[in-house]
Design a protein around this ligand. Structure first.
Ligand code: RFL
Ligand code: PHB
Length: 394
């Protein structure tokens, strides 16, 4: 079997890349380790930057996002029982974000791919990438016990943090930068109306909490929990009780609880691989970098990688020029590091770090007091949160 671009992974990065290439007339086949149903069952991101929304429009899959997504022009920071609204619209000259779940983005992309009759191998076992440092890269895998080989011009590694692409690169060819945080996020999804019409990020003495949402009738809440906690230890009741203790009075009064549809613990990590290109293989999205979810940047950085990669490949096939491919890694990393910095900084600002001692708590207090009384400070938060432009100076 032969294709122009072999895409490993059918998460949002792989599917979006496939769709953008299809629109440009470039042939791509996707190979995914899990079933389609499993991919759709993962509950993850909720906030899309304008840049990401524009890209979904460009890919022709934005209709439902515009119909059902909730436009947010701000969010609340809750600290010491005080609510402070970060007015994204006012602080950034009219920018906004869209609250629309990653599950729905993935569903829209899957549907578009199916409707166009494009090939995706789900439930592929033993996926391996070969010869990406030559002009004839290959992907091998098995479906239903039958061995398959996919020959291609390029391999796009869109296979997430635990994927095979980054792991196949010789150790001497990469540098990895990593910080693992000493806590996780316990998330709960429920069919209950959100406690507030926008998100509330909470720095409570009991730990961080986040009130997010998926629709007017579906809520997503998170609690900072020790890494040693297991999700089985947390009954729904225990979750709601702890959340209540981290809210302020008005939110406590409005909170509607109900049975969880999903509950899971995600560890928090900052991670970057350099470079993101290895001969004829590229890494995009979580395969190349991870952010802690505090700034809602993961999916958005994945989308900007895909924008740079699709443009580079289109330039290669249509204009027979390789400048985009040659600068892919550098262009991506410039935006990635800015997203990494913001996510790290916002995580530091909003969580409890008891192991760092009282001085950390004092620094945090001083910084929050400064930010919440400074227009410049709030503008810095706002312009990073709505997303930096795709192309900016070095
Ligand atoms: P994914 O989604 O992990 O998809 C990778 C796909 O590759 C498959 N795969 C393989 N396929 C073939 N062969 C192999 N050997 C393979 N190994 C793996 C996997 O099965 C999977 O289907 O990566 P992708 O596409 O790069 O997308 C990245 C995003 O999923 C991620 O950055 C975001 O979810 C991060 N994130 C958030 N991002 C935001 O922009 N805004 C948010 O509000 C936000 N909230 C979050 C988040 C991530 C979270 N968790 C659980 C880590 C909230 C949470 C709790
Ligand atoms: C979510 O809704 O899952 C979500 C929203 C904002 C974040 C992280 C996660 O910063």
């Amino acid at each position: 079997m032969r294709t122009q671009v072999a895409i490993i992974g059918a998460g949002p990065s792989g599917l979006l890349l496939g769709q953008l290439l299809f629109k440009a007339g470039i042939d791509a086949v996707i190979v995914e380790r899990q079933s389609a149903q499993h991919v759709l069952s993962r509950i993850r991101a909720g906030i899309l930057e304008q840049v990401t929304a524009d890209l979904l429009d460009e890919a022709g899959v934005g209709r439902r996002m515009h119909e059902e997504g909730l436009v947010h022009t701000g969010f609340d920071l809750l600290w010491h029982d005080q609510r402070n609204r970060i007015d994204l619209g006012r602080l950034t000259g009219g920018s906004k974000v869209i609250c629309y779940g990653q599950t729905e983005v993935t569903r829209d992309l899957m549907q578009a791919r199916g409707a166009a009759g494009l090939k995706t191998f789900y439930s592929a076992a033993n996926v391996a990438v070969h010869d990406f440092d030559t002009a004839q890269p290959r992907v091998s895998f098995e479906v239903d016990g039958v061995a398959q080989t996919l020959e291609c011009d390029f391999i796009a590694g869109c296979d997430g943090f635990h994927g095979v692409c980054r792991a196949s690169v010789p150790r001497a060819a990469v540098r990895e930068f990593e910080r693992v945080y000493p806590f996780g996020w316990l998330g709960l999804l429920s069919d209950t109306p959100p406690v507030h019409h926008e998100l509330i990020y909470i720095n409570s003495r009991r730990g961080f909490a986040l009130c997010s949402q998926r629709s007017l009738t579906r809520s997503r809440y998170y609690l900072q929990v020790p890494l040693s906690d297991k999700v089985e230890q947390w009954s729904d009741e225990a979750f709601w009780d702890e959340l209540r203790l981290r809210l302020d009075e008005p939110a406590r009064e409005r909170l509607v609880t109900g049975p969880s549809l999903e509950k899971s613990i995600a560890p928090l990590r900052s991670f970057v691989t350099e470079p993101l290109r290895f001969g004829r293989m590229f890494l995009a999205g979580d395969a190349g970098h991870i952010v802690p979810p505090t700034g809602a940047k993961g999916l958005n950085l994945a989308a900007s990688d895909v924008k740079y990669l699709s443009s580079a490949l289109i330039e290669y096939y249509v204009e027979h020029a390789s400048a985009g491919i040659d600068t892919y890694s550098e262009r991506c990393l410039r935006r990635i590091w800015r997203g990494e910095r913001f996510s790290w900084w916002f995580t530091q600002l909003m969580h409890q770090f008891p192991e760092q001692g009282e001085i950390h708590a004092r620094f945090q207090q001083a910084e929050l007091e400064y930010l919440l009384h400074s227009e410049a400070g709030q503008r810095t938060i706002a312009e990073n949160y709505v997303g930096l432009p795709l192309d900016f100076g070095a």
